[in-house]
Design a binder for this molecule. Structure first.
Ligand code: TXA
Ligand code: MG
Length: 339
C-alpha cells in the first residue's frame, strides 16, 4: 500500500484530503497534543480492523474514540455521572480520556467487545480540524507498531507504518509527549487507569476523590485498562532504570564499560552535566520537557550504537507519574542504590 504523506501546515486542502480518506474507510495517522494517533471511522468495523492489522495490535486491546465536540462525545456513551460534566468543562478538549458505558454508536471492535468505551476530545488544532471536517467519531490508538514507543514526530510514524496505512498528516512535533490520562468513569469515584497528560493533582482540583488503579503500583494486580498489561514503549536495546544519585548512575555506566559494553545515557540536563559517558541523550531541564522528548529518546538508541540504555529515575510528582510509568514499562532491569 502506498502511504500518502501531507504537511498539515501547507494549506487546508491537506486536512480535507485526509478527512475524505477517513470517510472512505481508510486509515490516516494525525497529530494530537499527546502523541500521533492512527485513525479510522469508529462506526465502520472493517475500517477499525485495518488499525489492528497495521499496528499488529492484540484484538483484546480496546481503542479510544476521538471527537471534536462535547455533544459528539456524549452521543457515544450513556449513564454519565455528574462529575464527568465537571471534568469535561475543566479538561476537554485536552489530554484526558473518559471510560464510560458505550451507547453502541461505535463498532464492537473499537471496544474489543467490552461494554465500556474510551472517549477523548483532543485539543490539537490539526486533530480538531480533521475531526470537524470528517464529522465522524475516529478510533485512534497511538500510531506506532504495537510494543514500540508512541510517536511524537511524523517521522516516527513513517518509520513504523509507511506502506501499512493510507495517509499521514504531518503536523510537526506533538506537545505533551506522553499519552492522555485514561480515567474510568463508570463508578461513583473516578479511577486513573493510565497516568498521562492531565495529572492526578490537576484532577483533584476539580473532583474530590480520585483513585489510582492498584495495578499501576502492584504488578500482581490485573490492570483494568487492557493495554496496560503489555510490555510497552520498548526501545531496541535493554534499558536499565537507575534510582539513586548521579554517583550511582556513574557507577552503573562505569561497570558496563569495564565489561566492554557501550552505555547510552538517557537523563535530564542537570544529571547529564555531571556524568561521563560517550553517548548521552538529554531529555530536558524540567518534567514537561522530559515528557516531550522521552519517546524520541527511547527510539534514538538503536541496536548497534549502544548495548544498554542507562536511564535516570525521575520524581513521580505531576507529569512525573506518567514519565515513570512509561520508563518502568520500558525497563528490562531496575537498579536501586545500595545506601
Ligand atoms: O493520548 C492518547 O490517548 C493517544 C492519542 C492518539 O489520543 N492514544 C492512545 O491510544 O494512547 P492507545 O490505544 O495507545 O491507548 C489506549 C489505552 C490502552 O491502554 C487501552 O487498553 C485503554 O486505553 N482503553 C481503551 N478503551 C478502554 C476501555 N473501554 N476500558 C479500559 N481501558 C481502555
Ligand atoms: Mg499505544
Amino acid at each position: 500500500m502506498e502511504t500518502k504523506r501531507w504537511n498539515a501546515n501547507d494549506d487546508d486542502s491537506t486536512v480535507t484530503a485526509a478527512a475524505k480518506m477517513l470517510q472512505d474507510g481508510k486509515t490516516v495517522a494525525f497529530p494530537t497534543e499527546t502523541v500521533y494517533g492512527l485513525g479510522a471511522d469508529a462506526t465502520n468495523p472493517a475500517a477499525v480492523d485495518k488499525i489492528f492489522q497495521a499496528k499488529g495490535r492484540p484484538q483484546d486491546n480496546p481503542l479510544i474514540a476521538h471527537v471534536a465536540t462535547k455533544e459528539q462525545l456524549l452521543r457515544l456513551v450513556k449513564d454519565v455521572p455528574v462529575y464527568v460534566e465537571k471534568l469535561l468543562d475543566a479538561f476537554s478538549p485536552g489530554p484526558l480520556t473518559y471510560v464510560l458505558k458505550t451507547s453502541g454508536v461505535c463498532a464492537a471492535n473499537v471496544t474489543a467487545g467490552l461494554d465500556s468505551i474510551g472517549v477523548r476530545m483532543p485539543g490539537h488544532p490539526v486533530a480538531q480540524a480533521l475531526l470537524k471536517t470528517c464529522d465522524l467519531p475516529i478510533a485512534a490508538p497511538s500510531a506506532n507498531v504495537s510494543g514500540k514507543p508512541s510517536p511524537t514526530l511524523a517521522d516516527h510514524v513513517w518509520e513504523d507504518l509507511n506502506g501499512k496505512i493510507s495517509g499521514l498528516l504531518d503536523g510537526g512535533p506533538t506537545g505533551y509527549g506522553v499519552e492522555s490520562t485514561v480515567i474510568d468513569c463508570t463508578g461513583d469515584i473516578p479511577v486513573i487507569l493510565r497516568p498521562g497528560g492531565v495529572t492526578k493533582e490537576q484532577l483533584l482540583q476539580v473532583v474530590e476523590q480520585v483513585i489510582t488503579d492498584p495495578a499501576l503500583k502492584n504488578s500482581r494486580e490485573k490492570p483494568k485498562a487492557p493495554g496496560m498489561k503489555y510490555r510497552h514503549y520498548a526501545p531496541e536495546v535493554p534499558l536499565w532504570l537507575v534510582y539513586g544519585t548521579t554517583q550511582t548512575i556513574q557507577e552503573v555506566v562505569d561497570s558496563l564499560q569495564a565489561s566492554g559494553q557501550r552505555a547510552g545515557l538517557l537523563v535530564g540536563n542537570q544529571t547529564a552535566s555531571s556524568i561521563h559517558c560517550a553517548e548521552k541523550i538529554l531529555l530536558g531541564s524540567n518534567p514537561a520537557e522530559v515528557a516531550a522528548h522521552l519517546y524520541d529518546g527511547l527510539r534514538t538508541f538503536k541496536t548497534g550504537s549502544v548495548d544498554v540504555i542507562v536511564a535516570e529515575a525521575f520524581s513521580e510528582e505531576g507529569i512525573g507519574q506518567a514519565i515513570m510509568n512509561r520508563l518502568k514499562k520500558a525497563a528490562t532491569k531496575e537498579i536501586h542504590s545500595a545506601e
